[in-house]
Design a protein. Structure first.
Length: 176
């Protein structure tokens, strides 16, 4: 059994986790805008699923390809969390495929998700909690939106937070 900070993790649990991650990466279930778009648009019929038809486009946040992520490396502790996180480029590719099949809202969600890959996980959770009703004043939400814009270049997410601030104000859901 692998040990991680006083936790016993069975090989079967690790194998199942790797299978799920590989399926997610292979089917590109995550999203977002990319700085480095591929030359030309992707075609759903020709390029989907990316993990099977265009595996050279699918890289982890640390730059590993799908075939470099193995159960053996996970068990040996050679795979980190960043090695299984999705890249914004992969989300952009999935957005292009969604657009190609006439699913613009899914494409927009994927691009918003890509923006979120640039925001540290802990900060995403803090922002999520801030967006709960009665947690923030309007100014605090607007400050978060400004941070998303300026610090993380997450314009779509910033617009979402600004919209939430306006809606919460109209519905009386802001912290007093």
């Amino acid at each position: 059994m692998a040990q991680l900070k006083d936790m016993n993790i069975s090989p079967d649990l690790i194998a199942e986790a790797v299978k799920r991650v590989m399926a997610e990466i292979g089917q590109g279930s995550v999203q977002g805008p990319a700085k480095n778009k591929p030359a030309g648009k992707l075609d759903a019929k020709k390029d989907f699923p990316l993990g099977e038809k265009r595996p050279e486009l699918v890289k982890s946040a640390s730059g590993l390809s799908l075939d470099e992520i193995t159960l053996e490396k996970v068990v040996a502790g050679k795979i980190s969390f960043d090695d299984v996180k999705i890249r914004p480029e992969t989300l952009e590719y999935q957005a292009q495929i969604a657009e190609d099949i006439g699913r613009p809202r899914i494409a927009a969600n994927l691009r918003r998700s890509a923006e979120m890959t640039r925001i540290p996980d802990q900060r995403v959770l803090e922002i999520y909690n801030s967006l709960r009703p009665y947690r923030c004043t309007k100014q605090e939400l607007l400050d978060i939106a400004d941070e998303l814009d300026s610090k993380y270049d997450a314009r779509v997410c910033a617009a979402f937070v600004r919209e939430a601030a306006d809606v919460y104000e109209k519905r009386g859901r802001l912290k007093q």
